[in-house]
Design a protein around this ligand. Structure first.
Ligand code: GUN
Ligand code: ZN
Length: 434
């Protein structure tokens, strides 16, 4: 039996990157819109009066007043094991890892702990309207089993992997090239392509993997189709100097990964704050993606991501919260901080570009734009209902807003989890605020 529901509200999705299409051609908007969901997929989208003519009699219609339906948000870089240490005081990257991150990650040797944090983490993503994420586990394979089990129960499109880390970390948190390879392989066999789940080969970053281990990561990518590669790149100046000292034969940070065949269309590099033109050229040439993580880059004092440079090179870019170095699970708050990162460089970030980055841009960075990231009929029905009146201040400010772009900008600047009224995955409610 087919299961059909229609949703009526203002509806917005992205058609492409404003940097390529121009602002006016980059989005699709229906002030009184209707989206029809059939068996978990979007089957129609348009102006409500027109779509309604085609509805079978008896089709249930959910009408949201003064709300905006958009695709679910896509977080292209986040660490679920760092949920409990978000907002840790005082350090920049390398000390922060040693003082806060590694102690927190050691607890994931315990599967019960991993299970509990997976649930808290996914509740938080759903409360914030994020329906797809590229997620770091810890070095422990059980951390990834726990995460994928929770995601599978909710039927979410999620990508995750076990950290590969065989040096420059506490002994309790290191694997070896052999055990990392073997454990990754077992997880790939168990989870990759199961339902909506995908596996990412996840070397933490160049300093914590030996050349032998990076070679095994490249080997895994060759052995299986459709795997992702997820790591960190050029986040912090001391980190970059350390990589140069550890890999003197390589021509800089990106080249360490390149040398081990880790670049490609499913490779996602978090940060890329301090890249030269040559590195940008190589990222674009290999169709690799960058996860821009503004709250993290500000919180750890890492630097300002140069989005115009990435645009000039036509590098795929998505937004990442990078929790626990990032300070919010909210993609709206991530956009708010991205805007300020641009302002500090004398640049603007238009609300349509921000919206693109949080939805279709993220989907493209993850090669998932045929499945999620837009409301195109045929897509999986992962979407959010956003509330323009989430707080008294937002409500009052919205009264002065004259255009869609102004309303969108206010929503992104003042909005957070409170502005998410409901979240849907494959047409099912996975979060309902009210
Ligand atoms: N570089 C290596 N590991 C990490 C991490 O856990 N967080 C961030 N922000 N950068 C890293
Ligand atoms: Zn990170």
């Amino acid at each position: 039996m087919t299961h059909t529901i229609a949703y009526r509200a203002a509806i917005l999705d992205s058609l492409g990157d404003p940097a390529e299409l121009g602002l006016e051609n980059s989005y699709r908007y229906f002030e009184d819109g209707m989206m029809v969901v059939e068996n978990g997929r979007i089957s129609a989208l348009g102006h409500a009066p027109e779509i309604m003519k085609g509805l079978k009699s008896g089709t249930k219609i959910h009408h949201y007043e003064d709300a905006l339906i958009t695709p679910g948000f896509i977080d292209t870089h986040i660490h679920y094991p760092q949920t409990g240490m978000i907002a840790s005081y005082g350090d920049q990257l390398l000390d922060w890892l040693e003082n806060y991150t590694f102690p927190a990650e050691q607890k994931f040797a315990d599967p019960a702990h991993a299970e509990q944090v997976s649930e808290i983490f996914l509740n938080e993503l759903m409360r914030n309207g994020t329906t797809t994420a590229l997620v770091f586990g810890t070095v422990h394979p059980q951390s990834v089993d726990a995460f994928f089990s929770s995601a599978e129960k909710r039927n979410l499109r999620m990508i995750a992997g076990k950290v590969l880390m065989d040096r420059n970390a506490p002994a309790t948190l290191t694997d070896t090239p052999e055990s990392g390879y073997r454990d990754s392989k077992a997880l790939i066999e168990r989870w990759h392509g199961k339902g909506r789940l995908h596996y990412a080969v996840t070397p933490r970053f160049a300093p914590t993997s030996s050349p032998e281990q990076l070679a095994t990561a490249g080997q895994l990518l060759r052995e299986y189709d459709g795997l992702y590669m997820h790591t960190h790149l050029s986040e912090n100046r001391n980190e970059i100097e350390w990589v140069k000292a550890l890999f003197p034969e390589q021509n800089g940070y990106l080249d360490v990964y390149d040398h081990h065949n880790l670049l490609g269309q499913r490779s996602v590099f978090a940060h890329g704050v301090h890249l030269c033109d040559e590195e940008c050229h190589r990222l674009a040439e290999t169709d690799s993606a960058i996860a821009f993580c503004p709250t993290s880059n500000l919180f750890l004092g890492s630097g300002l991501f140069n989005l115009p440079q990435a645009e000039q090179h036509k590098i795929k870019v998505g937004l990442g919260t990078d929790v626990g170095a990032g300070t919010s699970f909210s993609m709206l708050q991530t956009i708010n901080e991205a805007y300020k990162v641009m302002q500090l460089q004398g640049k603007k970030l238009h609300p349509f570009k921000s919206f693109y980055l949080a939805t279709l841009g993220g989907a493209r960075a993850l090669q998932l734009e045929q499945q999620v990231g837009t409301l195109e009929p045929g897509s999986e029905a992962d979407f959010v209902v956003l509330d323009y009146n989430a707080t008294p201040l937002m409500s009052y400010r919205m009264q002065q807003a004259k255009s869609l772009e102004e309303r969108l900008f206010v929503l992104m600047t003042l909005g957070d989890d409170r502005a998410v009224k409901a979240t849907f995955a494959m047409g099912e409610t996975v979060y309902n605020r009210d």
